[in-house]
Design a protein around this ligand. Structure first.
Ligand SMILES: [Zn+2]
Length: 314
């Protein structure tokens, strides 16, 4: 099939972002829509079609897209096009967006987990270019992870491979949203960093700092505030344990750190790598390669498009 652009969609709980992606990985056009709060299944189908149709109608003279590729914030299984749980998009289960959209648009539709798309995007156009295998940690409100081997996502038998956020780092650690204790997510996600920061401020007798977000903590750490630096460094040590576990278990060539929390940069990544190196067996310490992801919010769009381009040319 002749290469044409792909309509890539990053569908999250708050926003839906659309991009027209060229076969060489350029973002030709983009648009953002707000998502309805807790949409029903029917509303989600209707809105999604409406947004894609409106995006396509303004395509002007650009060549007709070959496919639509959706990175969805939920548990997906791309082989049968199913989202079997979407905790942040209406808490819906067993959604089949693909079939309905394919019928209405008359073009192939691909669906994949959004974190997996971000990892493929980094492999294609970002910090993972040239790596045969990589693992991406996505640190945000939650913590996700994805394994990419030769440009393909390893989804696992049930589609949950790479879900590193709920691997346990400290059995006696803080309670996680999933009900367990000491998951990576409960220690390095944005809310976890804020919690740790509050605790450190109180322990230092510096009083309650009012309303802060992880962005505030990152900003204060950059400006050298000790409590903020300590909170991020503590998260870094937990991340380091996660990195060492992934390195030992999957042994990817490259480990990338992305998501909003990665904006903390070296304040987070330096203690993480230092701690991970101490945990990895001695002869392999020098082999551990960790980098910050490069593409930010565009990684998901680019990765979804890459997977669709591959599917179209197969
Ligand atoms: Zn958990």
């Amino acid at each position: 099939m002749k290469a044409g652009p792909i309509v890539a969609i990053d569908l999250g709980g708050t926003n839906l972002r659309l991009g027209l992606i060229s076969p060489s990985g350029r973002i030709l056009r983009r648009r953002r829509f707000s998502m309805e709060n807790n949409p029903t299944e029917d509303l989600l189908h209707r809105n999604l079609y409406r947004m894609v149709a409106s995006f396509l109608s303004r395509a002007g003279k650009s060549p007709r897209p070959k496919a639509v590729a959706i990175g969805f914030a939920g548990l997906t299984r791309s082989a049968d096009g199913l989202v079997y749980f979407s905790p942040n998009v209406g808490r819906l289960s067993n959604l089949n967006i693909r079939n309905q959209l394919e019928d209405r648009l008359g073009m192939p539709v691909l669906i994949e987990n959004d974190a997996n798309c971000a990892a493929v995007g980094e492999f294609w156009q970002g910090a993972g270019r040239g790596a045969k295998s990589l693992f991406l940690f996505t640190l945000g409100t939650g913590v996700g992870g994805s394994l990419v081997i030769d440009g393909e996502v390893w989804e696992g038998h049930h589609g949950i491979a790479g879900e590193v956020g709920h691997t346990v780092i400290d059995m006696d650690g803080p309670r996680c949203n999933c009900g367990n204790r000491g998951c990576l997510e409960a220690m390095v996600s944005a809310p976890a960093i804020v919690r740790t920061y509050m605790k450190i401020k109180e322990a230092r007798g510096e009083g309650k700092p009012g309303v802060v977000t992880s962005r505030t903590v990152v900003g204060r750490a950059r400006r050298g505030e000790k409590a903020a630096r300590a909170a991020i460094s503590e998260a870094g040590r937990a991340l380091g344990t996660g990195i060492a576990n992934v390195f030992g278990l999957l042994n990817p060539e490259l480990i990338l750190i992305g998501g909003g929390v990665s904006r903390a940069g070296p304040t987070l990544i330096r203690p993480a790598v230092k701690h991970a190196r101490n945990l990895v067996c001695e002869p392999l310490r020098g082999k551990l390669k960790v980098r910050r992801a490069q593409l930010g919010d565009d990684a998901g769009l680019l990765g979804a498009a890459y997977l669709a381009l591959k599917r179209c040319s197969a």
